[in-house]
Design a protein around this ligand. Structure first.
Ligand code: SF4
Length: 318
């Protein structure tokens, strides 16, 4: 399903028009283990200035990520390309929905310039869903990868892509640009898809990840889910098995947090020891890397994790 909302006729439109008439849903109060530092450091301000000066969007801000104070202080920002407006309307996501603007041809260059200014050893690039584009934005992803390679040859590149559902040939365009890490998040267990991620298809997303490895076995693949959306433990374990069947290397599991009362409610705050247990189970299933904690996000500590990922693959090859 594709959700298209008219953004032209009403400049005062709400951020999520498709959710306006939904009843409010209340989440339980946040437990102590979810508290984070306020974003007010010098490093945070420097990162924000570079993002603004290059006219870029970040998922850190658009998704209201709880780790922004920590990440931006270290100049780790995840760039969100192809605009700030998404053509899907997932129940968990705070990114603005509607009909996006045309692509900005200068964006790949601007992202590369920002990566150079921030001096990033590892960068994560994500995007909104662009179901309105014939290739889902695949060529724009590829151009951005190439621009970063040209401007910052030693920077390793991780991409977090949409699912390119019904976009024949799109995945091949992106993989041919040779990102170091290809991430596509499953977001939740299959039984929650129709409620949480209605525009996506679980087995399509699994197949997408599997296909990346078929196209380029050297690329690291990564995926993540949120917990606290009403899933059962055995379903999380099934997701692990499905991802291993697709030869995915790296799994992230984090706590879902409700952006507004119109979004899906938090059904449960999963305690830290349950995350540790998920991590242990996932390692036994053969992932090279697992990150599972309440504040795990797919791009959190991505640079350090990439180094560990490479070391883990090298150890297995020995
Ligand atoms: S975890 Fe990712 S999205 Fe959140 S602030 Fe850090 S880099 Fe940005």
């Amino acid at each position: 399903m594709v959700v298209i909302v008219d953004t032209i006729s009403n400049p005062l439109r709400p951020r999520h028009p498709e959710k306006v008439n939904r009843p409010d849903s209340a989440s339980p109060p946040k437990p102590d283990w979810i508290r984070v530092r306020a974003p007010n450091t010098r490093g945070y301000a420097d990162t924000r200035n570079i993002v603004r000066a290059n006219g870029l969007h970040t998922v850190c801000e658009e998704a209201g990520c709880p780790n922004i104070g920590e990440c931006w202080d270290k100049k780790h920002a995840t760039f969100m390309i192809m605009g700030d407006t998404c053509t899907r309307a997932c129940a968990f996501c705070n990114v603005k929905t509607g009909m996006p603007n045309a692509l900005d041809a200068a964006e790949p260059h601007n992202v590369a310039e920002a990566v150079a200014k921030l001096g990033l050893a590892h960068v994560v690039i994500t995007s909104v869903d662009r179901d309105d584009l014939a290739d889902g934005g695949a060529e724009h992803f590829a151009q951005t990868i190439r621009a970063i390679r040209a401007a910052c040859p030693s920077t390793t590149i991780e991409i977090l892509t949409p699912d390119f559902l019904r976009k024949e040939g799109a995945l091949e365009i992106v993989v041919t640009a040779r990102p170091d890490v290809f991430n596509h998040n499953l977001e939740t267990v299959p039984s929650r898809y129709l409620t949480v991620r209605p525009g996506a298809r679980y087995f399509h997303s699994i197949r997408l990840l599997q296909r990346v490895k078929e196209l380029d076995p050297t690329t690291f693949t990564k995926s993540g889910i949120m917990v606290g959306l009403g899933e059962e433990r055995h379903e999380v374990q099934q997701v692990m098995d499905d991802l291993r069947s697709a030869d995915v290397d790296f799994l992230t599991i984090g706590q879902y947090l409700q952006p507004t009362r119109k979004h899906h409610a938090v059904m449960r705050y999963v305690p830290p020891d349950e995350f540790s247990s998920y991590e242990k189970v996932a390692y036994t299933k053969g992932f090279l890397m697992v990150s599972a904690s309440p504040l795990t996000r797919s791009s959190h500590h991505a640079g350090e994790d990439f180094a560990r990922l490479k070391a883990a693959r090298a150890a297995v090859a020995r």
